[in-house]
Write a protein that binds this ligand. Structure first.
Ligand code: ZN
Length: 137
């Protein structure tokens, strides 16, 4: 695989982080890529995947946090581009929270880099063993 394009930008205050990343991916017609980001958020909505129940537990933190790292990817799920991100954040005491990013996380300030990858698309299919949509390869 090769990097085809790099998109760098900011997400404005009061936007929703995952929703906005999905918008940017759709607007730029990216089917396959890598997402990185740092910044600050006003709240955090994320999940922890229960490996026995095969379902996400939703965790909400309602306070300002620094985004130490957001790492994600873009691939194809059910014929559409799908953004999958994990996030690590710290509060004012340096206590760290992290997990699978959900919608509803509100931005204070955010800087992202999206590396569009060319070549064969990564396709997600439902995996019975985990209950997750995983890559074919
Ligand atoms: Zn995840």
């Amino acid at each position: 695989m090769k990097i085809k394009n790099i998109i760098i930008g900011k997400i404005k205050k009061d936007s929703f982080l995952l929703e906005k990343l999905n918008e940017i991916v759709k607007e730029n017609k990216i089917n396959c890529g890598i997402i990185l980001g740092i910044g600050a958020i006003q709240n955090l909505n994320f999940g922890f995947y229960n490996q026995e129940k095969h379902e996400y537990k939703t965790i909400t933190i309602n306070k300002p946090l620094e985004v130490l790292n957001l790492t994600g990817n873009i691939s194809i799920k059910e014929n559409s581009p799908f953004v999958h991100c994990h996030i690590t954040c710290a509060d004012e005491d340096g206590k760290v929270y992290g997990g699978h990013l959900f919608e509803g996380t509100k931005v204070f300030a955010f800087e992202y880099k999206i590396f569009e990858v060319e070549g064969k698309f990564l396709i997600r299919n439902f995996d019975n063993l985990t209950g997750l949509f995983l890559w074919e390869r």
